[in-house]
Write a protein that binds this ligand. Structure first.
Ligand code: PBG
Length: 354
């Protein structure tokens, strides 16, 4: 066909409508229930399958010995001392889980979060333990400051604007230092979660400058502020001492196109994997990011609040944890995530084996 400009190619084509290509049929010739009568046929016709290698299991590490402290708001999730971490990662590796995401709770916190980039910081020690106990296990580290600063914010504070806020550009340099320090201690991948502008570029530059060009970055690209991180902050002891994170994390009601811009910026700065977080209330974002950026691996973080809600209801016998957790993670994968960070990783791996 000859004519002026055909339809422009877009990165986000509308899904094709079924009726464009074939007839949908109709009852009584067509009976959808025919496909659902046999368990084997239900299995044969599935398009979403879960596998332990898709999951990343978050771990909370602290100092001391013999510490295995359950988080009250996250039953089944523990703060672990290094000796307990050793046992834990062996188990995780045996289950065939895709990787672990490490969060450190330092002995001492300060205004700039020094422990996070110190050679014998809690994460650096944890990485050495992981790499020794389970060398084949993929180790990702959270790169942020909220667990390490005494004020609990995700960077260094600045009052020069008249109100206290995180100083973006001053934080970038420290993020680079932190990422390099993690990689040198054995991290296979770094995951900046602080939503600072330019964080991916700064970390890429710092890693490359330290001859760590092979270390990938998983960017928390579209991370929304809100109530779903409450239990995590108990686990990581990272609740802000004042204020909130709304000047850096996204507004949940913001135009979804902002999430796409955030993601595009991170990709341009060198992100190897992008992330949407939380997952459940943001599955539309997971779906849009996955279709807008084909070829960029997408992670979704099934966060603490999403886990705790199910745990609390299951403890009362109101819902069945295994069934609901499986549906939730299936939904996240169906929406387009290739990596799911979830506190159910070990349970799911066991359930999938049965
Ligand atoms: C920040 C960080 C947070 C989570 C992961 N990385 C918390 C926050 O932004 O306050 C939350 C994860 C969860 O809720 O499970 N370093």
């Amino acid at each position: 066909m000859v004519g002026p400009n055909p339809e422009p190619r877009t990165l986000n084509p509308e899904p094709r409508r079924m009726s464009d290509s074939f007839s949908l049929g109709s009852f009584p010739t067509t009976r959808m229930r025919r496909l659902r009568q046999h368990p084997q046929l239900r299995a044969l016709t599935r398009s979403t399958r879960l596998h332990p290698s898709q999951f990343v299991y978050p771990l909370f590490v602290r100092g001391g010995k013999g510490v295995r402290q359950e988080i009250a708001s996250m039953p089944g999730v523990f703060q672990l001392s290094l000796d307990e971490l050793e046992k834990e990662v062996r188990e995780v590796a045996e289950l065939g889980i895709g990787g672990v995401l490490l969060f450190g709770i330092p002995e001492k916190k300060d205004a700039v979060g020094k422990d996070s980039y110190s050679d014998d910081g809690v994460i650096q020690q944890a990485l050495r333990v992981v790499k020794k106990a389970a060398p084949q296990l993929y180790a990702i580290t959270d790169v942020c400051f909220c667990e390490y600063t005494d004020h609990g914010h995700c960077g260094v504070l600045d009052q020069s604007t008249g109100r206290i806020d995180v100083n973006n550009d001053a934080t970038l340099e420290l993020l680079g230092k932190q990422a390099v320090s993690h990689a040198k201690a054995g991290a296979d991948m770094v995951a900046p979660s602080g939503m600072m502008d330019g964080m991916v570029g700064a970390i890429r530059k710092a890693l490359d400058g330290a001859a760590l060009t092979h270390i990938p970055i998983m960017a928390y690209s579209a991370k929304f502020s809100g109530g779903f991180y409450g239990p995590f902050r108990d686990a990581a002891e990272s609740t802000p001492q004042f204020g909130d994170r709304r000047s850096y994390q996204m507004d949940s009601a913001a135009d979804p196109a902002q999430a796409l811009r955030e993601t595009a910026l991170d990709i341009a700065e060198g992100a190897d994997v992008v992330m949407v977080k939380p997952a459940l209330a943001y599955l539309d974002i997971v779906s849009q990011v996955s279709r807008t950026f084909p070829g960029v691996p997408l992670a979704a973080y099934n966060v603490s609040g999403e886990y705790s809600m199910v745990k609390a209801a299951a403890a009362r016998g109101w819902i069945d944890e295994r069934s609901v957790a499986t549906e939730i993670v299936t939904g996240i994968v169906r929406a387009g995530a290739t990596i799911v960070i979830t506190y159910w990783a070990k349970d799911l791996a066991r359930w999938l084996k049965q």
